[in-house]
Design a protein around this ligand. Structure first.
Ligand code: GLA
Length: 388
């Protein structure tokens, strides 16, 4: 019932073969960038909070070669649509829709006064799209890494993440925070990426245990972050902060939120309560991890889920079902929804020896309830964006 993670070697081989078949020549570059799962710290990366994601063993891989022209030609195995457009400055949104991730990243290099040569590319992915696992950030970071390879210039990990985030804002219309692109760019094997979203500094928190497994369960219920739910939550938090009258959520306590209650509507109050609580929970989870107190980590994960369901209202019946079912299974330490919500995936921390049974029980229960199976896989913290 546990879906396997294809190895990076087999993905690289497939991407190279597909490139050769499509373009009739050999790829000269292979760029990979992973998706992410967030252990805790949800919907607070745009609130100066702390978040704790890690790069997962599911990636986007691009096989490419310069083509000696001023144009990109890109094909993928997730759609038949080809992207063909100029690499010259003045990039604008266009079709197909997915080409905007490439256009946005190329635009970012132009903003840094770098020229991008024309190239051919074949893109494949082991990362399910629309699963709340940052397939778009992975694509953006993979394209940015590819362009570093094409130009022979490294722009730096932080710069790459910021460039990718701006592509998401300006070319995909999602006003996201920094978590996804940081996780994809900074990810390292065996390390969680603790991001201080006020300072913009990442810190690696080791998580390298054979006795524990992290399961990712994709509900296969898809969400569109650009359809308003995400932006409206972001707006709620801005309204909440204005009512509290502080410059940053990091300086706000629950007592401050309570004191400003009369200046907020009921929804804004609940959104604010989530932000302050989730920042505290994330700090608590990092302290617990450093002490190897996984019971406490699990407790905080459940609390995070409840807050996202009740106060932030970004969960859905499918996510709630997976978390509730997991919480009753032997060997499960903690579970919560992960990512933007409105569908997508849950993250479950469990005992390694029971992971397969837990996954099987989750599939069975979910299928009985909703009539279709979720996809469940395990992932340890894995490497971030890189050239292969
Ligand atoms: C999406 C966004 C992130 C973050 C999460 C919620 O994944 O892209 O920046 O806000 O939602 O934590």
């Amino acid at each position: 019932m546990l879906s396997p993670n294809p190895s990076i070697e087999s993905l690289a081989k497939t991407a190279g073969e597909k490139f050769r078949k499509r373009f009739g020549k050999e790829a000269t570059l292979l760029a990979a960038a992973p998706g992410r799962v967030n252990l805790i710290g949800e919907h607070i990366d745009y609130c100066d909070g702390f978040v704790l994601p890690f790069a997962i063993a599911r990636t986007v891989i691009i096989a490419a070669a310069p083509n000696g022209t001023d144009a990109v030609q890109a094909a993928t195995d997730f759609t038949d649509e080809i992207a063909a457009f100029s690499v010259l400055p003045q990039q604008a949104k266009g079709s197909p829709k997915w080409s905007n991730y490439l256009r946005g990243v190329i635009h970012g290099f132009h903003l840094r006064e770098m020229q991008v040569p024309g190239f051919d590319a074949f893109i494949i992915s082991s990362l399910p799209g629309g699963a709340g696992l940052s397939s778009s950030a992975a694509l953006e970071c993979a394209v940015a890494t590819l362009i570093e390879g094409l130009t022979g210039t490294e722009i730096g990990t932080k710069e790459k993440a910021l460039l990718a985030q701006k592509a998401e804002h300006d070319f995909a219309n999602v006003p996201c925070g920094i978590m996804d692109q940081y996780a994809s760019a900074f990810g390292q094997d065996g390390q969680l990426v603790l991001i201080d979203c006020r300072s913009g500094e990442p810190e690696m928190v080791p998580f390298d245990r054979d006795d524990l497994t992290i399961l990712i369960s994709n509900t296969k219920v898809s969400h569109e972050l650009s359809d308003g739910g995400y932006a409206s939550r972001r707006k709620n938090t801005e309204d909440g902060l204005a009512a509290v009258g502080k410059a940053s959520w990091r300086d706000v306590s629950q007592a401050d939120v309570d004191a400003a209650k009369s200046k907020m509507d009921e929804v804004t109050f609940r959104r604010s309560r989530h932000v302050v609580g989730e920042i505290a929970r994330t700090i608590g989870a990092v302290e617990a991890l450093k002490k190897a107190d996984f019971t406490e980590v699990g407790r905080l994960m459940y609390e995070s889920h409840d807050s996202l369901r009740d106060d932030f209202e970004v969960s859905c019946p499918e996510l709630d079902h997976l978390v509730k079912t997991a919480s009753k299974l032997e060997g499960v330490i903690g579970a919560r929804m992960t990512g933007g919500g409105f569908g997508g995936s849950t993250v479950t921390l469990c005992e390694a020896g029971k992971a397969a049974d837990i996954a099987a029980a989750l599939v069975k229960s979910y299928e009985a309830e909703f009539g279709f199976a979720p996809e469940i896989f395990a992932s340890r913290p894995s490497a971030g964006a890189r050239l292969l």
